[in-house]
Design a protein around this ligand. Structure first.
Ligand code: ADP
Ligand code: MG
Length: 956
């Protein structure tokens, strides 16, 4: 029986025979106030959930579902309260909100029903616990919107409560919602705040600002809903929270500023409103602990290499494509050799938004380059970061008052490493390193003439990735190693403090005179008690007599039952146990009061000193964040250097041109995985493309589009992704796995995979593919990199082929982006003859007696045959099927070649496409369907017949 020993439950639940016992009345009241939370109600030693909540929790936490009543109409389940934390975290991570309804009185001290109240509301976005993944930020997001159409403004605020990082951005114009989708796709917030009406509208699919965009201005449809779709927990706040009149002043008060201009929010009211609404929500759900949220950074949106949400997913930058797969397939995993959690988070953010400015990329590459060539220097820096804890998160815990003495001590340990790190970095000469270590400030300010000298001027590139870019380091006067804070902590707290204040002994001796005195008093008191014990044993002749203490009865003399007869007159009985009796004496009482007051008082003092310390640390929150950011960057650059040296990667040559060229490039993730698996070697591949900036931009000689054909499993997809990953790496400032790489800056990368199934999101595969393609054709530029992998698969062959054909032409004529196009449509290779800047590439395979062997090399030319049937044979299709397939293929190929050949010979553009993709009789059928028989003279009818016959003759 789970409730044995807990009479409270029995007492409370049986005392009312009606449908609602008093506990349940409390429960219903709490639930009514927090309808969107799973209500966990403390009853005895358990947190119990009831009804719907119980069903959800039992499913999510694998708990046994029981019932409160015999009829089993009131489902219930529970978790032991001492283990509740871990269950709550699991629920939060699954996207639920949890409310704790606690006992407000000690059940032992009341005979009535214990009063219960909701003491905490926990949500995925406000969860701060040690088990948060270190390499990921835990974002709470808030979205505000205003205007419509071209006037649309969408503000987004993001806060990581665990570190205090708070930022905002704003998107404007017709593509605002699409941009929001991308941004949310990257940030992947744990929880999203939106206005009630917005959320309700979204549910019913009739929110004007959200659905009106579809189709207009070429913006792909329904992106907004999709943006929110990816976020599991959406919290609706009342509409008035999202008004400027309310939200903006609230934000100002939280940040303690008179104007938001200084934070870069001037003229970005929608962003400020989003941020204000977020603050409102925090104040409502949390009990204080928001002191570390004292600044917000606005970042504009046009900087950095833009990766839309689909590409981030397809390229597996930070997460595997299929959930449940191991994270080893991600670029993040392959590149993560960072020493600190701050570095890991920056790596992640950087991969999601690499730089797009030449100076910035060069300065990172310079720094990495120097460290690659200096083994000792590099190792020195990396070693100095060994054991550096998560400063930002520790600070967050200090602010939330959830940091105990041990955690503050841990923070000191981390601070203690900083001077060493500063010195290690100081040995490097590259400009970026000197900026980071705060070498020569004059040099630093030179690098950004005219920049404001306050924090206001921080560039957006820095904010979006956390990189303190060369241009933005005007504020830096040196690497703040925070020796003062370190000293502050170690001088106040003992070397190995206890977990909590309960036993005292947290604060060092010599810090506070009164504390020292009280401790002395306590000590002598305890000594005196020992003396009393000894003396009383002598006096009474009871050798087993003891002086003891417990928190309820205080100090007492304990004597076993057997000896109770020998107790002297002056002993006063306090308590009788089964086999012992407890007594006190006036003398004992006196010492007791002395000791206990001393203890109480010294506890107070310890707490006060600790609170002061906490205050001082929080006052330095800004400094600590700045240093943490530098540490992150140092870590990341050193990590890049470490990898380059370890794996023999080379520095990419980045330039302002349209070139994408690499020689003997390798896919970093596939190569690494092959190495680890001990399989074969990755076959290096090269590429040379050049974006086309339009007719006026002079001659660009190279091809802008590569059309890649070849057998399934030949390596097409790998080749495509490799190109994108190398670009992401290069523009992040990382060296690349290739013999050589030349790269004209890329502004955006698009990656589309045909036939990607998205049934889970309730849209047909083909619709998804076309929506994604529309987004590319509408937003790509000549500087973009476009990867299209097996496009057009999701529909009938001829449809798919036609759409693909037209898409390639459009990319070639109108956009000029560097494009890699992998396709199984053989027919497309004919495009090479029509499009000047398109070239055919093929992945090679060799046919041997045993079947085909994939060589994985990419070379010029079109694949001369489709190897589908060969691959099918490898897959074990019956021989008869293979033979028959070959026959059918021959027939088809012959017919098709003739058609296409004839059309090309005639050189009729539009018509050619028709004939190419239409079965032989289709055109005639169409023609017949078109004819208006009623308006046809007999003579015309005859002519038509003759014409159709001629046509048939020409076609076959
Ligand atoms: P496709 O898209 O042409 O069907 P994939 O790119 O999916 O082919 O590659 C098929 C398999 O071949 C994958 O398992 C991949 O790891 C391997 N592969 C691809 N390219 C190479 C290469 N250059 N060297 C070695 N193995 C490769
Ligand atoms: Mg493929």
């Amino acid at each position: 029986m789970r409730y044995s020993g807990d009479s409270a439950m029995a007492k409370e639940t049986t005392s009312d025979t009606g449908a609602q016992t008093p506990v349940m009345r409390q429960y219903f009241a709490a639930k009514q106030a927090h309808p969107d939370c799973l209500m966990m109600c403390r009853i005895g030693d358990f947190y119990e959930l009831f009804y719907e909540d119980a069903i959800v929790a039992s499913r999510e936490l694998q708990l046994t579902l029981t019932a409160r009543d015999r009829e089993k109409k009131q489902p219930m389940c529970g978790v032991p309260y001492h283990a509740a934390e871990q269950y709550i975290q699991r629920l939060l991570r699954k996207g639920y909100r949890v409310a704790l309804c606690d006992q407000m009185e000690d059940p032992k001290l009341t005979k009535k029903i214990v009063r219960r109240e909701v003491t905490r509301v926990l949500t995925p976005g406000t969860a701060v616990d040690a088990s948060l993944g270190a390499e990921q930020s835990n974002w709470l997001a808030s979205v505000a919107a205003s205007g419509a159409g071209a006037e649309t403004r969408v503000g987004l605020a993001l806060l990581d409560l665990s570190t205090g990082e708070f930022r905002a951005t704003e998107f404007a114009g017709a593509t605002a919602w699409a941009q929001l989708t991308d941004e949310l796709g990257q940030a992947r917030p744990a929880e999203l705040l939106v206005a009630e009406s917005g959320l309700a509208g979204m549910r019913e699919g009739r929110q004007p600002t959200l659905s009106d965009r579809a189709g207009k201005d070429g913006a792909p449809g329904s992106v907004g809903e999709e943006a929110f779709e990816g976020v599991r927990t959406k919290t609706a706040l009342e509409d008035w929270v999202f008004t400027a009149e309310y939200a903006v002043p609230l934000l100002r008060r939280q940040l303690g500023v008179l104007s938001l201009e200084g934070m870069g929010l001037g003229g970005h009211e929608t962003a400020a409103v989003a941020a204000g609404a977020l603050v409102h929500y925090l104040q409502k759900t949390m009990q204080g602990g928001l002191e570390h949220i004292d600044a917000i950074r606005f970042h504009a949106h046009d900087e950095g290499l833009t990766l839309d949400a689909v590409s981030v997913r397809n390229l597996e930058l930070v997460e595997p494509l299929f959930s449940g797969e191991s994270a080893q397939t991600t670029l993040f995993h392959t590149l993560d050799a960072c020493m600190t959690p701050m570095g890991k988070r920056l790596l992640r953010a950087t991969l999601l938004r690499p730089a797009a400015e030449l100076g910035e990329i060069e300065s990172r590459l310079d720094a990495v380059g120097e460290a690659v060539g200096d083994l000792r220097g590099r190792e020195g820096v990396r070693r100095a970061m060994n054991g550096l804890l998560d400063m930002e998160r520790l600070l967050g815990r200090v602010a939330l008052d959830s940091a105990g003495p041990r955690e503050v001590m841990a923070l000191a340990g981390t601070l203690g490493c900083l001077p060493g790190l500063r010195d290690a970095v100081g040995k490097f000469k590259a400009k970026r390193w000197t900026e980071l270590s705060g070498g020569d400030p004059s040099q630093v300010s030179e690098s950004r003439p005219g920049a404001p000298s306050s924090e206001v001027g921080q560039s957006s590139a820095e904010i979006s990735t956390g990189f303190s870019t060369g241009r933005s380091t005007g504020i830096c006067t040196g690497f703040d190693a925070m020796e003062d804070l370190h000293d502050l902590i170690v001088k106040a707290i003992v070397e190995e403090p206890p977990v909590s204040f309960a036993e005292g002994g947290v604060i060092r001796a010599g810090v506070d005179a009164e504390l020292d005195e009280l401790r002395e008093l306590g000590r002598s008191g305890r000594q005196a008690l020992a003396g009393i014990e000894e003396r009383e044993r002598q006096r009474t002749g009871i050798g087993s007599l003891k002086v003891r203490f417990n928190s309820v009865f205080g100090y007492y003399l304990e004597v076993t039952k057997a000896n109770s007869r020998s107790v002297p007159e002056d002993y006063e009985r306090k308590q009788t146990l089964v086999n012992a009796e407890r007594f006190t004496t006036p003398e004992l009482k006196e010492y007791e009061t002395k000791i206990l007051t001393a203890q109480e008082r010294s506890g107070e003092i310890e707490r006060r000193i600790f609170a002061e310390l906490r205050r001082q640390l929080l006052d330095a929150a800004g400094r600590m964040r700045e240093t943490a950011r530098r540490v992150a960057e140092i870590d990341l650059l050193a990590c890049f250097a470490h990898l380059a040296a370890l794996r023999g990667w080379v520095r990419p040559e980045v330039e302002e041109s349209g070139v994408l060229e690499f020689v003997a490039g390798r896919h970093p993730v596939v190569e690494r995985r092959m190495e680890e698996a001990g399989g074969g070697r990755f076959v290096p591949n090269s590429i040379s493309l050049e974006g086309w900036f339009g007719k006026d931009s002079g001659e660009s000689s190279g091809a802008s589009i590569a059309l890649i054909t070849g057998p399934n499993m030949g390596g097409k997809s790998t080749y495509l992704r490799q190109a994108a990953l190398l670009v992401v790496m290069a523009q992040s400032g990382c060296f690349v796995p290739a013999e050589r790489m030349r790269l004209g800056l890329v502004d955006r990368i698009y990656t589309r995979i045909g036939a990607s199934d998205n049934v889970a999101r309730g849209r047909s595969t083909f619709m998804v593919e076309m929506t994604e393609t529309a987004a590319i054709l509408n937003t790509a530029t000549a500087r973009s990199l476009v990867l299209l992998d097996e496009m057009g698969r999701g529909t009938a062959t001829y449809d798919g082929l036609s759409l693909t054909w037209a898409t390639v032409e459009y990319l070639h004529e109108k956009i000029g982006a560097r494009t890699l196009f992998a396709t199984h449509y053989h027919e497309l290779t004919l495009l090479e003859e029509r499009l000047a800047r398109l070239k055919n590439l093929r992945v090679t395979a060799k046919e041997t007696a045993g079947g085909i062997v994939f060589l994985h090399t990419v070379e010029a030319g079109a694949a001369n045959k489709s190897y589908g049937i060969e691959v099918a044979r490898l897959a074990g299709l019956p021989g008869a099927v293979i033979v028959r397939a070959r026959e059918v293929l021959k027939l088809h190929e012959r017919a098709e070649t003739q058609q296409v050949g004839a059309a090309l010979a005639r050189g009729v553009g539009e018509a050619m496409q028709m004939t190419m993709f239409t079965p032989l009789s289709q055109k005639i059928v169409d023609r017949l369907a078109e004819v208006d028989l009623d308006g046809l003279t007999p003579r015309e009818a005859l002519n038509l017949l003759a014409e159709l016959q001629r046509e048939l003759g020409a076609g076959s």
